[in-house]
Write a protein that binds this ligand. Structure first.
Ligand code: TYC
Length: 113
């Protein structure tokens, strides 16, 4: 028996049985992703920021240095895109590490649209 994704009224089809089919939208929604952002400041040493990017974001030294320089010059950069839970963990790790070393480095997250 042929069934399709549209509404059919309550009547017999070719097979002889009554059919009520409800149109359904294919459910393809993925969980939202979050950008983790690093913010510039005037005091955190460049090498500390490079170390943070290597340690918590798995970047090699050249990638870490490049992103650090982008933040230094532009004020902010996306350092990664993650699920909500992973992004929260990264932000907490960076903020805690910076605080323990008494640097004012700021890290935040925002929903990717
Ligand atoms: N602007 C800092 C300095 O000149 C370096 C820096 C880069 C600080 C990136 C924070 O997220 C940052 N020492």
């Amino acid at each position: 028996m042929h069934r399709d994704a549209f509404t059919m009224s309550d009547r017999s089809d070719e097979d002889g049985d009554a059919s009520i089919l409800t149109a359904t939208k294919p459910k393809t929604k993925r969980p939202p992703l979050y950008k983790v952002l690093l913010l510039n400041d005037d005091f955190t040493p460049m090498e500390f920021v490079v170390h943070v990017l290597e340690r918590f974001f798995g970047l090699n030294h050249a990638q870490a240095f490049e992103i650090m320089l982008t933040v230094h010059k532009k004020g902010v950069a996306v350092v990664g895109v993650f699920s909500h839970e992973i992004a929260e963990t990264k932000v907490a790790q960076v903020m805690d590490f910076a605080r323990r070393h008494q640097h004012p480095l700021q890290c935040t997250m925002e929903k990717e649209e």
